[in-house]
Design a protein around this ligand. Structure first.
Ligand code: SAM
Length: 423
């Protein structure tokens, strides 16, 4: 039966989450008044019509972790590509031994930056500081026939239907965007862009939103398409009292480009330690970053030309600079260059050393997801092969030494015989 509830805002709130039946969305889906058809959503999907297809808000007000999640997308995307629909909402964190509980930080006022996050204990490199499930995921783009007021309506509904709307409404808002509504301003000030199955979404994470940006951050974020959670990882040891920061831009940009990105996309002037450092320090860092970029282009070129020694020299220098700029965790992929190059020149020990570095960076931070897993498996395969080749090489060398010793012995024996034979 499809009885129309008195208040469809509240109807179904708190329903236990059950495995999702995708036919419900694609057949009766958003238009049904039967709460059974909304599962795992706790509200009747709220939709606006558009030429091609409707755009809707899907909310589960209680999960994950009690604060709720609203997703703004089309029924087709919701029904066919959003991974979340195939996974239990409250999926456990994949590496609980790596996660600090309770949280190892507190939120305080930070001069020049509003609020921010300060470590309350020593935090070790490679450990997780926070796992934060998205509160809102909204499509980054809409067709031209969808009016701005309609998107504003969808976003406002997405916020208001959350289990604790006040938790996100209390986040900082910078008065961004001309004629922006509260929900738009909230998203413009606080959200991150994430990819889910090749589609771009703007994502709001209530707790992550308190972490400020730094151009030389001590932590980094990783988004899981499977759990729709963002994890904050410590990229170096962090002392109690230190601010915990992440980067809002692509890692490794020089000062002019990152200032532009922060002002255009995020709408603020960066006050981080690097941006407020002396002109000499900023110049040195810019030079380092420019060199890293140039090396990224020249190393593969040199290798292609067969100049392995030249390529390796540059790769070694590039890593010194990467470490100096505090970018190692963001650029672990680049350790693959020297690994390959050392293999080409037959230095298997060095090739293994760099392959282990790549593995340590991926594994150390426990980056989950399909890509991370595949990469780890590939690394394991390469490591096994290198170890085998090194063992075989050692064996050959041992045999060679033995043979040389034998030759030496027989040589001596011959000499002794000859010497002994002398009168
Ligand atoms: C996602 S919020 C971060 C938390 C925010 N500071 C708060 O009070 O809730 C982003 C906003 O924080 C401020 N912010 C973050 N990083 C900053 C930085 N490096 N320099 C200056 N302001 C920063 C900016 O006002 C920006 O719009």
């Amino acid at each position: 039966t499809t009885e129309i509830p008195d208040d469809d805002e509240l109807c179904g709130r708190g329903l236990p989450t059950t495995p999702f039946d995708r036919t419900a969305l694609t057949t009766i889906g958003p238009y049904s008044y039967d709460p059974a058809a909304w599962k795992p959503w706790t509200h009747r999907p709220y939709c606006i019509e558009a030429n091609e297809e409707p755009w809707c808000v899907y909310t589960n007000a209680a999960s994950p972790k009690g604060h709720g999640i609203s997703i703004v997308t089309t029924p087709e995307v919701a029904g066919s590509t959003l991974n979340i629909l195939e996974h239990p909402f409250d999926q456990k964190f994949f590496a609980p031994d790596k996660l600090y509980l309770p949280r190892p930080y507190k939120v305080v006022d930070i001069p020049g930056k509003g609020q921010g996050v300060i470590a309350t204990q020593k935090i070790e490199k490679g450990k997780a500081i926070l796992v934060d499930h998205a509160s809102i995921l909204a499509a980054a783009e809409y067709p031209s026939d969808v009016m701005r007021e309609e998107v504003q309506d969808l976003l406002a509904t997405a916020v208001n239907r959350l289990g604790e709307p006040e938790k996100v409404l209390g986040l900082s808002k910078k008065g961004r965007g001309e004629g922006a509504t509260d929900a738009e301003d909230l998203l413009l000030t606080n959200s991150f862009t994430v990819g889910i199955q090749g589609k771009e979404f703007i994502a709001l994470f209530a707790d992550l939103s308190r972490f400020n940006h730094d151009c030389k951050p001590n932590a980094f974020i990783y988004f899981s398409e499977t759990t729709l959670a963002m994890t904050v990882w410590a990229s170096r040891d962090i002392e109690p009292g230190e601010e915990i920061s992440i980067t809002y831009t692509t890692a490794g940009l020089p000062s002019k480009e990152r200032k532009q990105a922060l002002e255009n996309v995020w709408g603020f002037k960066c006050q981080c330690s690097l941006c407020t450092a002396s002109p000499e320090v900023i110049k040195k860092s810019d030079d380092n970053r420019a060199k890293i970029k140039a090396y990224q282009a020249s190393i593969p070129k040199l290798a292609e030309e067969g100049n392995f020694d030249g390529a390796l020299k540059q790769a070694e220098h590039m890593f010194e600079l990467v470490e100096e700029e505090g970018l190692a965790d963001q650029m672990s992929d680049m350790y693959e260059y020297p690994a390959r190059l050392y293999y080409q020149v037959g230095n298997l020990d060095k090739a293994l050393e760099y392959t282990l570095k790549v593995k340590r960076e991926i594994d150390g931070f426990g980056v989950p997801g399909k890509f991370g897993q595949e990469k780890l498996q590939a690394m394991d395969g390469i490591i096994r092969r290198l170890e085998k080749e090194i063992a075989m090489k050692k064996e050959r060398e041992e045999q060679f030494k033995k043979q040389a010793k034998m030759k030496g012995k027989s040589g001596r024996a011959m000499r002794q015989v000859l010497e002994g034979a002398r009168p």
